[in-house]
Design a protein around this ligand. Structure first.
Ligand code: CAA
Length: 260
């Protein structure tokens, strides 16, 4: 199958998926989201013999710097809800995939990028990695599960702070908080991710699939939270503040929010 924005390499039963939009810091435009969805919902399930998957970003600067803000113009409550709902479906397909999916976070993991890393089962971060949910700078909230999964990983208190300030944290802080599983020097992230997948692949495959299923089941009561994120994301995309926030990013200036 043809992919425009995903590089797909297979070696020793491990597929490395590289989001390949380096000039836009691998921002997740809709085409990339559709390709991720197609890969995890249609292609990968047909390859039961694989050991696992690594997700990473092209270049040395970013894993993924978020949803593509340049596609935000024209977004409103209806389309915003649709975008968020679709993102949830794609990221649930990753989170529920019965083989290990490891994010090799090789730089900025912001907004949708942090959300993508959190949908993976494990996260290997390079020393230059930065995590954050900066959506409030644009006058919106995270729409790809960030309000729910960040709490799951780091707890309500710190999640609330990061979601409200939009601050970034470095790799060591992400490790300390339990968001990153390992921190490694830049350039060794794929090796570390492969090492983890190799170790897991020596265990019983049914047991691994059941670990994934049951750990996810622990959070099943959070599903209402995901639904409320879809509604709230849609609502924030209908505000004047959002128009101003997105325009300010594109025009490289500070946003002047009016609160409406
Ligand atoms: N969308 C579209 N383009 C992006 C982008 C994004 N999320 N992030 C970076 N880019 C583009 C920049 O516009 C720039 O393009 P041009 O060269 O054409 O101007 C290029 O990538 C390089 O970026 P910068 O010049 O800004 O690089 P920097 O080193 O000065 O800053 C950064 C890096 C701090 C990551 C900064 O790019 C940034 O703040 N990016 C936006 C992060 C963000 O707000 N992410 C959340 C998006 S909303 C979201 O994800 C919603 C959701 O939950 C679904």
């Amino acid at each position: 199958m043809q992919y425009e924005n995903l590089l797909i390499q297979e070696e020793n039963g491990i597929i490395t998926l590289t989001i390949n939009r380096e000039k836009a810091l691998n921002a997740l435009n809709m085409q990339t989201m559709r390709e991720l969805g197609r890969f995890f919902r249609e292609d990968a399930p047909q390859r039961p013999g694989l050991k696992g998957f690594i997700l990473t970003g092209a270049g040395e600067k970013a894993f993924v710097a978020g949803a593509d803000i340049k596609e935000f113009l024209g977004l409103g409550p209806g389309k915003g809800r649709e975008m968020s709902q679709f993102g949830h479906e794609v990221f649930f397909a990753i989170e529920r995939f019965p083989k290990p999916v490891v994010a090799a976070v090789n730089g900025f993991a912001l907004g949708g990028g942090c959300e993508l890393a959190m949908a993976c089962h494990l996260r290997v971060a390079t020393e230059n990695a930065r995590f954050g949910q900066p959506e409030v700078n644009l006058g919106i909230i995270p729409g790809y599960g960030g309000t729910q999964r960040l709490i799951q990983y780091i707890g309500k208190s710190k999640a609330m702070e990061l979601l409200m300030t939009g601050d970034m944290i470095d790799a060591n802080e992400a490790w300390r908080l339990g968001l990153a599983n390992h921190v490694v020097p830049q350039g060794s992230e794929l090796d570390k991710a492969k090492e983890l997948i190799e170790k897991i692949s020596a265990k019983g495959p049914v047991a691994i699939a059941k670990v994934i299923e049951t750990v996810n089941a622990y959070f099943h009561t959070e599903q209402d939270g995901f639904a409320s994120e879809v509604e709230a994301f849609g609502a924030t995309t209908g505000t004047e503040d959002f128009k101003e926030g997105a325009a300010a990013f594109i025009e490289k200036r500070k946003a002047g929010f009016q609160g409406r």
